[in-house]
Write a protein that binds this ligand. Structure first.
Ligand SMILES: [Zn+2]
Length: 268
């Protein structure tokens, strides 16, 4: 229950509330120790999530788990057709660690360390035809996350750091864009842009949908003040030109997140 509550808290912290009225969560006890096999579908009043926890899973494994948070973010975006699956996964991949930092479950240094390590998996490889037409694992999960990172930084640059991707994603939920609504990607991104007063999401979508756009990640880490050390550690540099943007991305709002009401039904 503590593991479920932590994941719900992280999602509520990022979105300001839980995005759908009801989630049916099935936890299957099977497989190796640890959390695995999470999957989320639309349902009548919200969503249905299924996830497995192996017998012998330790409390540390549950406290370090990212997968349930990832799954419980999925209800906060409308259902897309297959070619836009990358935006659904990209949002969950990008938002999950940020939500956990905002909920004080993960340190910003550890988060950026992992993001810097993993984000290059989203860059296009030879033969890539853009995010809408390249459906391999790297482009679906990390290509989508790369889109979110670039969008977040651009929105903050254009709004003097007053708005970010978080505002766009909350705006999409506020406009009714949840997993049990079947929307076009244009409708979702336009709702997000409206919430930030920019056109960043639609512009970036037009840039990346049918072309292999390589993002200069080193330039982004440099301006955000994320410095890699030879041993693999990262150091967050406060004097970097956009250190304020890096800090704003993981800064929790002052409002206390509403606590989810959990009604467990355990089969006997
Ligand atoms: Zn997912």
């Amino acid at each position: 229950m503590n593991w479920v509550n932590r994941a719900v808290d992280a999602v509520c912290t990022y979105y300001g509330r839980y995005p759908v009225p009801h989630v049916s969560l099935s936890v299957l006890v099977r497989g190796r120790p640890g959390v695995h096999g999470g999957v989320t579908y639309p349902a009548h009043n919200g969503a249905r999530t299924r996830i497995a926890v192996g017998p012998g899973t330790t409390p540390d494994q549950l406290n370090d788990d990212w997968m349930l948070t990832h799954e419980l973010i999925h209800p906060a975006f409308p259902y897309m057709s297959d070619e836009h699956h990358w935006i659904e996964e990209g949002i969950s991949v990008y938002v999950e660690p940020i939500a956990r930092v905002q909920a004080r479950q993960l340190s910003p240094t550890k988060m950026w360390h992992d993001v810097v390590r993993d984000m290059p998996q989203g860059e296009p490889e030879a033969g890539d035809e853009g995010l809408d037409h390249t459906h391999n694992w790297g482009r679906t999960y990390w290509g989508g996350a790369l889109f979110c990172l670039v969008a977040d930084v651009r929105i903050r640059e254009q709004t003097h750091n007053r708005k970010g991707l978080q505002d766009a994603l909350r705006g999409i939920v506020d406009a009714g864009g949840r997993i049990n609504e079947d929307w076009s990607i244009e409708r979702a991104l336009t709702a997000g842009d409206k919430a930030t007063g920019t056109t960043v999401l639609m512009d970036l979508y037009r840039e990346m949908r049918d072309k292999p756009v390589t993002v200069d990640l080193d330039a982004i880490w440099r301006k955000l003040g994320i410095q890699r050390r030879p041993g693999g550690d990262v150091e967050l540099v406060t004097q970097a030109p956009e250190a304020n943007i890096r800090e704003a991305i993981t800064k929790p709002e002052k409002v206390e997140p509403p606590r989810a009401e959990l009604q467990p039904s355990v089969p006997r």
